[in-house]
Structures are given as structure tokens and as C-alpha cells.
Ligand binder design. Structure first.
Ligand code: ADP
Length: 326
């Protein structure tokens, strides 16, 4: 017979992502509906160690349903890798009588949750990152909104690039995963999509730009590029301009991608995953990661989630490039 859970805490950790607030809200509301007392931990693992923990009933969680970012804040806290620091976190939770913790974050945050599970704190992980780089889940909280933000930006950049007959390189986030570049490229008709698994050198880029503008008579060419591939994107654009004679620009969308109101899909997934977290804790589960697979909410051990292999996007990148260059 499982010990009845009486108090649950929630924290958001790592990079902030639109939809985190919806997940927090869902955990709070579903806990309350099940006579479980919800607590909020402010600033991720840092707040857990500094005992920055307050009853969620002090907050009107409904007001954050449409807001991006995370209203319980996030923090990078490398000190959490120290076992003694984690013991302090455990003590803080036990002092308040909190039985379980829901962690919303990326792979690093999952690792922290796994290590807490190993010292006897019941933990559940929710995938929260715009990068869609948690391989055990088809979608992460924040990805859909970030994708829509990029698509909106590219549509605007297309208007101005068309007006001036330009080549534009736009760097987007992804933290090693190409999904944001790949699918924003597909959605906007970007002529060039460059991901970690499908890179191009300056000559290859220049050849495509030349062909698209001079032979295909396009008014503009847009390249969407995953972050961390080119150390100096502006230098690449300059080199393409020198090789082709076509005006070329480069820019990074940077933190604009992280903000904004969560999309409808984001709110739905985040809410359903938050509900699932409370249900699993009620069943006595711990050390579990929640994700989305084939349109459904699924759960697997955090350790398995951390080891799930990343699928290569190379074939898709080649296919999408061909489509958009035709
Ligand atoms: P993300 O969760 O988005 O991958 P980070 O990798 O920055 O982001 O991790 C977020 C936080 O999780 C870190 O600041 C740290 O507090 C905690 N964390 C990361 N890796 C570990 C680890 N190996 N052991 C314990 N805690 C970790």
C-alpha cells in the first residue's frame, strides 16, 4: 500500500520555456482537486537549497495561463551536482513535510531529479525546453511556441528580403537538436536549412544562393541555421556576398525565441503532462519522466529518458532543402 502523498512541490529549472506556467498550474490544480497540498519552489534547484518554498495557495495560478516565461523563475545552479548540497535540499523538503517534487526542465534538470529520487525524494520530470532536445519525448514544453515565434519572424524577414533582393541567414536555437531549424524552415519555405547533421560550407551555400536568385529568379533566399554550427555567421554571409555579388545579411533571433504567450498546443500538452505527474505520484511512482509519444502522454524511468538515442534529421533536412529549392 502506497503512503498517501500529502504535499507536493514544483520547480522549473534550466532554460525557461513558454508553457512551463501551464504545467505548474496543472500540477497545483490537480493536486488541490486530490486533497494534496501544493508548494512552489522559486528559482529551481537553487530555491530548493535556499528553502525558497511557499504554499501555492498564496498564488492565483490561473492568471499565468496565457503568460510565457516561468512565474516561479528558473536558475542555473551547478552546485546541485554536489551530493552534500542535494542533502540540504532533501532536508528542506522534509522540514516542510513535502513528500514529492515535480521538476520541469531539460536533461540537466532531469539528472538532478534522478539524483534526488536516488536519495529518497519522490520525483517526476516534465520535459521543459524550447529546443525539443529531450529525445524521450516527441515534443517538449516550449517547442511549439518557439517554432511559431520563429515562423512569424521569418515571414517578416521574407517581406524585407524580397523588397531588397537579398540573401539572409538566420540563426535559431536548438542546443544541438535541429528541430527548430528544420521545421521552421519547412513551414516558411526557407531555401536553405542547415542543422548539425546537415551542414554546408560557404561555396555550397553560395552556389544555391546564386542559382535561386540568378536562374530561378527568386527575389530573396533565406537560410535557417541551427546555433553552434558557424562561429561567425556574419563572416559566412559576407563571404557568400563576395562570391555571388548578392547582398547578404546574417542575424541571430536569440532570446526572442524563448518569450511570448504559449500557443494553444503548448498549453494543452503542458496541462495534460502536469495532470499526469500528480496521478503518477498518487500511484507511488518516482524517478519517472513524462513525455509525449504518438499523440499520447507517456511515462518512462528518467534514466531511460536520459539515454534515449537522438534520431538523425539528416534525411529530412536533405528532403526539405530539395523541396524548398525546387
Ligand atoms: P536543462 O535542464 O535545460 O538541461 P541545465 O543543464 O542548465 O539545463 O540544468 C539545469 C540545472 O539542473 C542546473 O543548473 C543544475 O542545478 C541541475 N543539474 C544539471 N546537471 C546536473 C547533474 N549532473 N547533477 C545534479 N544536478 C544537475
Amino acid at each position: 500500500m502506497n503512503k498517501q502523498i500529502k504535499k507536493i512541490a514544483i520547480l522549473t529549472s534550466g532554460g525557461d520555456a513558454p508553457g512551463m506556467n501551464n504545467a505548474v498550474r496543472a500540477v497545483v490544480k490537480h493536486a488541490l482537486a486530490n486533497q494534496i497540498e501544493p508548494f512552489l519552489v522559486f528559482e529551481g534547484y537553487k530555491g530548493l537549497v535556499n528553502k525558497n518554498i511557499l504554499p501555492a495557495t498564496q498564488y492565483d495560478v490561473d492568471q499565468y495561463v496565457s503568460k510565457g516565461g516561468t512565474f516561479i523563475f528558473s536558475a542555473r545552479f551547478p552546485e546541485f551536482k554536489d551530493p552534500n548540497v542535494r542533502l540540504q535540499a532533501k532536508k528542506n523538503l522534509e522540514d516542510i513535510g513535502i513528500d514529492a517534487l515535480v521538476v520541469i526542465g531539460g536533461d540537466g534538470s532531469y539528472m538532478g531529479a534522478q539524483l534526488l529520487h536516488e536519495i529518497g525524494i519522490k520525483t517526476i520530470g516534465l520535459p521543459g525546453t524550447i529546443d525539443n532536445d529531450i529525445t524521450s519525448s516527441d515534443f517538449t514544453i516550449g517547442y511549439d511556441t518557439a517554432l511559431n515565434t520563429i515562423v512569424d519572424a521569418v515571414d517578416k524577414l521574407r517581406d524585407t528580403s524580397n523588397s531588397h533582393n537579398r540573401f539572409l541567414m538566420l540563426e535559431v536555437m536548438g542546443h544541438g537538436a535541429g528541430d527548430l531549424a528544420l521545421y521552421s524552415g519547412l513551414a516558411t519555405g526557407a531555401e536553405i536549412i542547415i542543422t548539425n547533421e546537415h551542414t554546408m560550407n560557404e561555396d555550397e551555400i553560395a552556389k544555391i544562393v546564386n542559382h535561386q536568385i540568378k536562374i530561378m529568379k527568386k527575389r530573396s533566399v533565406i537560410a535557417i541555421v541551427s546555433e553552434f554550427i558557424y562561429p561567425n555567421l556574419k563572416a559566412i554571409a559576407k563571404s557568400v556576398e563576395e562570391k555571388t555579388g548578392i547582398a547578404s545579411r546574417a542575424m541571430a533571433l536569440e532570446h526572442v525565441q524563448r518569450g511570448g504567450n504559449p500557443s494553444a498546443q503548448e498549453r494543452i500538452w503542458a496541462t495534460l503532462m502536469g495532470i499526469k505527474a500528480v496521478d503518477l505520484l498518487k500511484e507511488g511512482k518516482s524517478g519517472i519522466a513524462i513525455g509525449i509519444s504518438k499523440g499520447d502522454i507517456v511515462s518512462i524511468p528518467i534514466l531511460e529518458a536520459l539515454q534515449a538515442p537522438r534520431k538523425s534529421n539528416k534525411e529530412k533536412a536533405i528532403k526539405f532543402n530539395k523541396l524548398n529549392q525546387s
